[in-house]
Design a protein around this ligand. Structure first.
Ligand code: SF4
Ligand code: SF4
Length: 186
């Protein structure tokens, strides 16, 4: 992978987005370029085939203190909009046979993250999430009660996930209304 190109693409484009806390597959491709997307697709295929993350149940989500984590969900309730860090992090369970690609993805992520040291671009702060409370407090406030109810066994996870995902869409729409993103076809 051309890591420098992926990092430069990200840094050139990061300011074109109204927000990058909750991001889609297409936006990932727009912001990092095709090569990163191809690697992530390959990783995702492997994870799905081997049920790596679904069988694990999201230990990394729990350990990082993500506000959206509840074991009962089975997988991220905002999977379509999960943050960049969630998409580019792979634990040791996925090391074999993808260790070289995992290291390259980490390098790209760290390269982008280190731009925070010399830039005050507010979108860059999103690379520090989850937890999501710092970068999108409105969204977390809107969904916290649902995830709490799921954790306590008082709400069906599928119902809650629908609501949480709807709130993610609402948050994204709100950010776009405040600051429409640049269109990019590249
Ligand atoms: S990346 Fe690792 S710890 Fe996180 S959900 Fe997947 S298998 Fe589990
Ligand atoms: S937002 Fe990220 S850390 Fe939180 S549940 Fe989803 S994948 Fe896990």
């Amino acid at each position: 992978m051309d890591k420098a190109r992926a990092i430069n693409t990200f840094l050139e484009r990061v300011d074109r987005f109204s927000q990058i806390a909750l991001i889609t597959d297409k936006e990932m491709e727009n912001i990092f370029g095709e090569e990163v997307t191809m690697v992530l697709t390959q990783m995702e295929h492997f994870m799905t085939e081997n049920r790596t993350c679904s069988d694990c149940g999201g230990v990394c989500c729990r350990d990082i203190g993500c506000e959206l984590y509840a074991a009962q969900f089975g997988r991220c309730p905002i999977y379509e909009y999960r943050p960049i860090a969630c998409r580019m992090h792979f634990c040791h369970r996925l090391d074999d046979p993808y260790r070289p690609l995992i290291i390259e993805l980490r390098d790209v992520f760290v390269g982008c993250h280190s731009a925070m040291d010399f830039s005050d671009n507010s979108n860059l702060r999103s690379l520090d999430s989850p937890p999501l409370g710092e970068v999108c407090p409105e969204f977390v406030a809107a969904v916290r009660s649902y995830t709490d109810l799921v954790r306590n066994g008082k709400l069906r996870p599928d119902h809650a996930a629908q609501t949480v995902c709807g709130e993610a869409e609402r948050y994204r729409g709100h950010c776009t209304a405040k600051r429409p993103p640049f269109e990019t076809s590249q």
